[in-house]
Write a protein that binds this ligand. Structure first.
Ligand code: GN1
Ligand code: MG
Length: 381
């Protein structure tokens, strides 16, 4: 986890919040976490334990209480499952820490904060990913799906409506391009054309969900590498974090979104596109871990859609970054002026490779299915 020192103004604000959770004199260190595009995240250490304090972005999540209710329900369910299967619940699920007044959300100056326990001796593997750890990441994402497969999805609120509704996102994108409020269209005509040329694929998952051809499940919806914790020493997968977008959705979203970044050879905002490739070995490792865990719940139609999940999740994020760039960078946190455009170009490069290697990716998936002894009728060919 990358962290940086606090700005003095940040520190004053943070100290008030720390006081709601901890005896201030017991805090030994406080840092800002650099990753994450939405909420502001801080790493707080006390002598015996570490915590994550987060300021919730209410532009993106206007109802923090409902958001936390969702997280409470889902983490309770996973905890129950982890205990049932003999796992250490402290390391197998995100834990909400209540404030000293017993609240899951703390409000101050119209800002909303929450706290989670930081899992000890754990890390994300954004910088040093190996095939073995990425298989573990796949296992963690698959396990999340299988643990929640009987959870009543209708009990969850939509924290962001139409979150992975790609056709809906495309309508918004066209609107933003049409308005071109910030006169940035001319700087990204090629990228806009690329997004427009793919409109025939945007409904491939949503149509199947609407027609009931693939099941509506509880999905994490943001399974990127920085949201998967692994054991610092052994590299064994522990659990998913960042439950803000846990809602109803398709298993294909979680499979595809994890590959989007996890199987890329570069960071999401790498400017040098010659460094941005998809890594077929990583796709294989992730698929092995994931499919092992979901073997007893995944349907044939879902298996057939895995490739589309990867393709559509990647182009959807490319579209969202470009949309935000054209719309004045109001959604994603940026560090420099064309950061969102850079991110979008990077994701478009990945999409081009995913398309060019469609057959190879499907063959990899099929070979993993054979290796894992999936029934003949579940194979792609
Ligand atoms: C955002 O905040 P973070 O980094 O976990 C976004 C995801 C995107 C991701 C792209 C609520 O996630 O949907 O895929 O950036 N989260 C939200 O890196 O929009
Ligand atoms: Mg997130």
């Amino acid at each position: 986890m990358e962290t940086r020192e606090l700005e003095p103004s940040e520190e004053t604000q943070l100290d008030f919040i720390i006081n709601e959770y901890f005896e201030p004199s017991k805090v030994t260190s406080k840092k800002r976490v650099s990753s994450g595009h939405i909420n502001k995240t801080y790493f707080i250490q006390l002598e015996g334990c570490s915590y994550i304090l987060q300021k919730i972005n209410t532009h993106v999540f206007p109802n923090p209480d409902r958001l936390m209710k969702n997280i409470e329900k889902v983490t309770d369910h996973i905890r129950m499952k982890a205990i049932y299967f003999g796992k250490n619940p402290e390391r197998s699920v995100l834990s909400i820490i209540k404030s000293k007044d017993g609240h899951c959300v703390t409000k101050r100056n119209n800002q909303y904060w929450r706290c989670f326990r930081f899992i000890d001796k754990a890390k994300t593997c954004t910088s040093e990913k190996t095939k073995e750890t990425f298989e573990e990441v796949g296992r963690v994402v698959g396990e999340f799906q299988s643990y929640l497969c009987e959870f009543h999805a209708a009990d969850l609120e939509d924290t962001i409506e139409h979150f992975h509704d790609t056709p809906h996102r495309y309508e918004h994108f066209k609107d933003v391009v049409r308005k071109d409020e910030f006169q940035r269209k001319d700087t990204c005509l090629e990228e806009i054309e690329f997004i427009n040329n793919h409109q025939h694929i945007y409904n491939l998952i949503t149509d199947k969900l609407d027609k009931g051809l693939i099941p509506l499940r509880v999905t994490h919806n943001d399974t990127k590498l920085s949201n998967v914790m692994v054991d610092e020493e052994t590299g064994k997968g522990l659990c998913l974090i960042d439950f803000d977008t846990v809602m109803k959705g398709s298993l294909l979203y979680d499979y595809g979104d994890a590959l989007r970044l996890g199987a890329s050879t570069a960071a999401e905002d790498e400017k040098d596109l010659s460094k941005v490739h998809i890594d077929l070995e990583m796709i294989e490792s992730f698929s092995r871990g994931f499919l092992k865990e979901v073997k007893s719940i995944i349907t044939k139609d879902e298996i057939e859609g895995l490739y589309n999940g990867y393709l559509i999740e990647t182009i959807e994020v490319a579209m969202r970054f470009l949309d935000d760039y054209l719309d004045g960078d109001r959604y994603f946190d940026i560090q420099y002026s064309n950061h969102n455009l850079i991110r979008s170009r990077n994701q478009i490069k990945l999409v081009k490779e995913i398309e060019a290697k469609e057959q190879e990716i499907k063959t990899i998936i099929n070979n993993v299915l054979i290796e894992l002894d999936f029934k003949k009728e579940f194979l792609l060919w």
